[in-house]
Ligand binder design. Structure first.
Ligand SMILES: Nc1ncnc2c1ncn2[C@@H]1O[C@H](COP(=O)(O)OP(=O)(O)OP(=O)(O)O)[C@@H](O)[C@H]1O
Ligand SMILES: [Mg+2]
Length: 263
């Protein structure tokens, strides 16, 4: 296995140690260990059923791991509810787009902010200045993110009627508007055309550089994985088979045999 010490010298934001997840007789994740440095783009790749999404589900609190430790800046989040994990600044997208499809694009970004600007109870009833200010702030942030994502012209369109690539972008905006520390993307390029994939790669890079976010990425598109990531973890049957830079992974014989193919 490639040495995990190729990790960047920056302190880890996320650290995962010996993570395992069992479903009955199936050990879907079997002893996964990795660190993700602050502002790193770290990818997890592997064949279908390798356990990638299960790792995401454990980190984001959708599953309680059978074993192992998960820490965010040294504080354990293993076994916390998804709600608590989100409050720590860990947000994710899903393999299938999950937007409020009958709400407008703008409304999707407004509801995403309910944890950030929570006005005092009943203040809306009396329409206090504080309540109005909080609503104005939400709209302001939503419009900012529509500009960043290039979706402003679609603000009042139903999210379900957007082109697929735009829906994927809106999902990322909906995560980013909560100002996360860790953004987890589960196959964000699935269903995108080559140009949209290129745009997505630039977008991920922009989020990291300009918004300081750390990105954990599951992706099958090798062009995107190799181009966007600083390091890559390769899984097979729940187990880690390699971890390293794109260059090291591309030349790792086990990875080529298990996943990349002879070409
Ligand atoms: N809730 C569950 N109950 C039972 N088995 C599950 C559950 N979730 C996942 N699995 C199984 O765990 C294994 C890993 O699944 P997982 O979805 O993590 O794979 P993946 O690497 O994300 O695959 P893909 O690339 O197809 O998305 C699979 O065999 C899957 O059937
Ligand atoms: Mg998956």
């Amino acid at each position: 296995m490639t040495d995990a010490t190729s990790a960047p010298a920056r302190p880890p934001l996320l650290s995962v140690r010996g993570l395992s997840m069992r479903f009955g007789g199936l050990l879907a994740v079997d002893g996964i260990t990795f660190d993700v440095a602050a502002q790193e783009v770290f990818a997890i790749i592997g064949p279908n059923g390798a356990g990638k999404t299960t790792v995401f589900n454990c980190i984001s609190g959708f599953y309680k791991p059978s074993a192992g430790a998960i820490a965010l800046q040294g504080r354990s989040i293993a076994g916390h509810s998804s709600h608590r994990v989100a409050n720590h600044g860990v947000v994710r997208t899903f393999q299938n787009v999950r937007l409020f499809k009958t709400m407008t694009v703008l409304e999707n970004l407004l509801v995403a902010q309910h944890r950030q600007h929570r006005p005092p109870p009943l203040s809306g009833l009396f329409d206090t200045r504080r309540y109005r200010r909080s609503e104005e702030l939400k709209i302001h942030h939503a419009l900012e993110w529509l500009d960043v994502t290039g979706l402003r012209e679609f603000a009042n369109r139903e999210a379900g009627n957007l082109a697929y690539g735009h829906q994927r972008r809106l999902e990322i905006a909906r995560c980013m508007i909560t100002r996360p520390r860790l953004l987890m993307l589960d196959e964000p390029a699935a269903g995108l055309n080559p140009q949209e994939k290129k745009d997505l790669q630039h977008f991920i890079d922009q989020l990291r550089r300009e918004h300081g976010v750390t990105v954990l990425l599951i992706e099958h598109d090798m062009g995107l994985v190799m181009g966007a990531s600083e390091r890559i973890l390769v899984m097979e049957y729940g187990r880690p088979i390699a971890i390293g830079t794109p260059h090291a992974i591309r030349h790792d014989e086990r990875v080529i045999k298990a996943y990349l193919g002879e070409a």
